[in-house]
Design a protein around this ligand. Structure first.
Ligand code: CU
Length: 247
C-alpha cells in the first residue's frame, strides 16, 4: 500500500477513535436541558447521528487535507495534470456505504423516532392550550379555563399537552428548546404539537424554558420570547384561579 493511502487511512482511524471517545464521553452534557418525554427521543437520535457521522467526517477531512498539502503545486510551471483514472471498486464501495448509511438513518432514527415523538398526538390530551404568534410576541390562551396571558406559558408537569398554534400576521414558529418541539405558526390555519413536560422548571433556572420564535419574522424576531414555567398540577390549578380572578 502506498504512503498516500496508508497515512491518511491511519489518520482517519485515529480521528475516528478520538471523535467517538469525545462524543460518547461527553454524552448528554452537550445537550441543553431536556424537560419533556419527547426531548429524550430527539437527543438519542442526535447522539446516534453524531456517532455515525464521525467516521464519515474523519475520512473526508483527512483525505482532503492530506491531498491539499501533499499534492500542492510547489513552484513548478502550471500545466495540465496527468489524466485521472477512476478506481471503480473504491468509488463503488464509497457509494454503497454512504447510500446505505443515508437510507438507514432515514429509517432509524428518522422514521422510527418521528413515530415515537408523534405518538402522543394520537392520544387524548390532558390539556389544550392555544398559542397565538404575532409581531412580536405570544399570547397563550387556556380555552377550557377562560384564561389568557401574554406574560408566560405555564404548564403542569407529567400531563399530555396539545398546543394549537395560529398566527395573527406572518409566519412564525413555536419553539421550546427544553421540550425539543417546534411547529410553524401559519396565518389562516391551525397547526398542532403534542408533548408531555417531564420535569418542573422555569426560565430563571434554565433559558431552555422559553417560547422562542424560530422563523425570521421581522425586526423584532429575536425578542419574540416568553418564559415557560412547568409546575406541579396543584400549583397550576392555583395559578389558573389567580389568573381568572385578575381578568
Ligand atoms: Cu416570529
Amino acid at each position: 500500500m502506498s504512503r498516500d493511502l496508508w497515512f491518511p487511512s491511519g489518520m482517519t482511524v485515529v480521528l475516528t477513535i478520538v471523535g467517538e471517545a469525545l462524543a460518547v464521553g461527553m454524552g448528554k452534557s452537550l445537550f441543553p436541558i431536556a424537560a419533556a418525554e419527547e426531548a429524550t427521543i430527539v437527543d438519542e437520535a442526535f447522539q446516534t447521528l453524531t456517532i455515525l457521522a464521525i467516521p464519515v467526517f474523519a475520512v473526508v477531512f483527512t483525505f482532503l487535507v492530506y491531498s491539499v498539502l501533499r499534492f500542492r503545486r510547489r513552484g513548478q510551471a502550471l500545466e495540465d495534470g496527468s489524466p485521472i483514472h477512476v478506481h471503480r471498486p473504491l468509488v463503488g464501495a464509497w457509494l454503497l456505504v454512504t447510500t446505505g448509511l443515508a437510507v438507514t438513518v432515514m429509517i432509524f432514527p428518522g422514521a422510527t423516532g418521528l413515530a415515537k415523538v408523534r405518538s402522543a398526538a394520537n392520544l387524548p390530551p390532558d390539556l389544550v392550550v392555544r398559542v397565538e404568534g404575532m409581531q412580536w410576541g405570544w399570547k397563550v390562551i387556556y380555552p377550557d379555563k377562560g384564561v389568557s396571558t401574554s406574560q408566560e406559558l405555564v404548564l403542569p408537569v407529567g400531563r399530555r399537552v396539545k398546543v394549537e398554534v395560529i398566527s395573527k400576521d406572518v409566519v412564525h414558529s413555536f419553539w421550546v428548546p427544553a421540550f425539543r418541539v417546534k411547529i410553524d405558526a401559519v396565518p389562516g390555519m391551525v397547526t398542532t404539537v403534542s408533548f408531555t413536560p417531564s420535569r418542573v422548571g422555569s426560565y430563571q433556572e434554565d433559558p431552555g424554558f422559553r417560547v422562542q420564535c424560530a422563523e425570521l419574522c421581522g425586526t423584532g424576531h429575536t425578542v419574540m420570547v416568553i418564559p415557560v414555567r412547568v409546575v406541579e398540577q396543584e400549583e397550576f390549578e392555583r395559578w389558573l384561579v389567580a389568573q381568572s380572578q385578575r381578568t
